[in-house]
Design a binder for this molecule. Structure first.
Ligand code: PXG
Length: 455
């Protein structure tokens, strides 16, 4: 679309808004989509188009759009106390209530929450907590982090360094010192001829090899998403996490389970740490904590770390102006109350996740699908030219973008990560809406196959 065909709003965006994670020049030429309102699982743009939002915004609108109760919670809190901080021997009611509610849902050995404004800030907080912990334990060398290639842990300097995205590291000389990355448990891409289970063990053993390379006395923590989200909904083989747990125990290394995407019901448990039976020392959270209605994040702190930081540590010189912002905290609390009172997480586990995953598997038979996988309320398909050899449709993996564009034309928001198509819909999606999602996904795959002459 040329600039003079674009609406006044689009032109203003092009002139003054620096969009995140975007080629702003290309975006201006194309004309950004202006999203104006939303209801349930649907979003609408200013051209009158309607989309089934199978990404729940950016993996966060767990309760769906248009929940008046959240608006009322915000309005009530804004009227009573729109802002106060948690520094200098003060606290606020929403922060107290939210921390204790989260502690009641978290794994039993995790009883404290440090609040932040986002997932990235949560991982910056993790970084400082781990380093402080090992200083206080008298092991000042035990500070290195091990993470994984293609991980996503945020976009601040620490978040992007902990993350394993090459295209982020390229910009600004990242990662910073003290962060190493091991291979990811991505069986479809890297598994070769190994069975899933054998590959899972092999991928986990890369952790032990890295620990031995760096020296066990130098490694403070391993950070990982329970399943990789932004990397392409990569669900590890069943053998992976048990092996990782035993390696970490052997060398006394802290486990950070990044639940920014997986927390608050997405797996059918409150936390994926419960789904995979993990015993994390720290859990960064954000997104679904407030269903994305207001920005808020946090770190759930296990008893071992909080006892050291609090009993031995004195002042912890870290925090944000908006740590536990009362309005965001009130909305998050109401969000969790609704997830509870409406049985949303139980419904995910017993009803809508089994239905979504069963229907998603129908895509596995499509001629350009190499694998269909998922768990809870996330799922992925791998686009290929040859199902047997897993050869991609184009060597540069551009088919994902083609597929994504057909999907949008069909009124379905489905994401492309390279040639992996992914979904993460609101947890409240109905059976009928799942049917619509699957029908639109099938049509989209047909159109993509035809585009390349593969059907
Ligand atoms: N950890 C994980 C696991 C995430 O997915 C963050 C931390 C950082 O959260 P904030 O609130 O600082 O954005 C995330 C965020 C994508 C995409 O392309 C995913 C995220 C953010 C932006 C884009 O899927 N996840």
């Amino acid at each position: 679309m040329s600039n003079n065909e674009q609406s006044a709003l689009q032109q203003k965006n092009n002139a003054h808004h620096f969009n995140p994670f975007s080629d702003n020049k290309a975006l201006a030429a194309e004309g950004p989509r202006v999203v104006t309102h939303a209801e349930g699982v649907y979003i609408y743009d200013d051209q009158g188009n309607k989309f089934l939002d199978a990404m729940a915004g950016l993996w966060c609108v767990n309760l769906g759009y248009g929940r008046k109760e959240l608006v009322e919670a915000a309005s009530k809190q804004m009227t009573e106390l729109p802002y106060y901080n948690l520094f200098f021997k003060t606290t606020t009611t929403p922060a107290i209530e939210l921390a204790s509610k989260i502690a009641s849902l978290a794994p039993a050995h995790m009883n404290r929450v440090f609040f932040t404004g986002s997932g990235s800030e949560s991982n910056d907080t993790v970084f400082r907590m781990v380093r402080r912990f090992w200083d206080l334990e008298g092991k000042p060398n035990k500070k290195q982090f091990i993470s994984r290639e293609n991980a996503y842990h945020g976009s601040t300097v620490v978040g992007a360094s902990l993350g394993g995205m090459g295209y982020m590291h390229e910009q600004g000389d990242l990662p910073i010192e003290g962060v190493s990355h091991i291979a990811q448990p991505y069986w479809f891409e890297k598994g070769g001829d190994l069975t899933k289970e054998a590959f899972g063990i092999q991928a986990a053993q890369a952790l032990e090899a890295k620990i031995l390379e760096l020296g066990e006395d130098n490694v403070g923590a391993f950070i990982a998403e329970p399943f990789q989200g932004a990397g392409g909904v990569i669900t590890p083989p069943d053998s992976y996490w048990p092996e990782i747990k035993s390696i970490l125990a052997k060398y006394d290394i802290l486990l950070v389970v990044d639940e920014v995407i997986s927390g608050f019901g997405r797996t059918g448990e409150w936390f994926a740490s419960q789904y995979y039976d993990l015993k994390p020392d720290l859990i960064p959270i954000a997104k679904g904590l407030s269903s994305g209605y207001l920005p808020i994040g946090g770190v759930i702190v296990g008893d071992r770390v909080s006892e050291t930081l609090i009993e031995k540590g004195g002042d912890f010189n870290h925090g944000f102006t908006y740590s536990g912002h009362p309005v965001a905290a009130a909305v998050a609390l109401k969000n969790i109350e609704l997830l509870e009172s409406e049985g949303v997480v139980t419904r995910v586990k017993n009803d809508i996740s089994p239905y979504l995953q069963k229907r998603w598997q129908e895509l596995a038979a499509h001629p350009i699908v190499g694998e269909a996988r998922g768990l809870g309320m996330v799922a992925a398909v791998e686009l290929v030219r040859n199902v047997e050899t897993r050869e991609r449709i184009e060597p540069e993996c551009r088919a994902g973008t083609v597929c994504r564009d057909y999907s949008l034309d069909n009124g379905l928001i489905m994401r492309a990560c390279g040639d992996t198509m992914i979904i993460s819909p609101p947890l409240v999606i109905t059976h009928k809406e799942v049917d619509e999602l699957i029908e639109k996904a099938k049509l989209t795959l047909d159109q993509t196959a035809k585009h390349y002459g593969l059907m």
